[in-house]
Design a protein around this ligand. Structure first.
Ligand SMILES: [Zn+2]
Length: 88
């Protein structure tokens, strides 16, 4: 698995979802080990363009353990190597 850009940029917490560039979605890590995913567009439609990853961490609830604390939300960037019409 390729590392997310967020792994090397702790500032992601203050980034608005709308400013996450070409992020494909949000991945949420729970301390219990559960990893969930959310789509970005529905969240922006529901909460507005000012919503940040920090907000998502505070609003989300783990589907597995029901926990709301210690969640870590990060943008998902999907590598699309080889999909641009090139071959080797
Ligand atoms: Zn959990």
């Amino acid at each position: 698995m390729l590392p997310d850009l967020s792994d090397i940029d702790p500032r992601h917490l203050k980034i608005r979802l709308a400013d996450a560039g070409n992020a494909q979605g949000i991945r949420i890590f729970c301390p219990c080990g559960h990893i969930g995913q959310l789509e970005i567009v529905p969240l922006i439609k529901r909460y507005g363009p000012e919503i940040t990853f920090s907000h998502v961490e505070r609003m989300a609830r783990c589907e597995k353990c029901g926990g709301k604390h210690g969640l870590d939300a990060r943008p998902i960037y999907t590598a699309r190597i080889g999909s641009a019409g090139y071959s080797t």
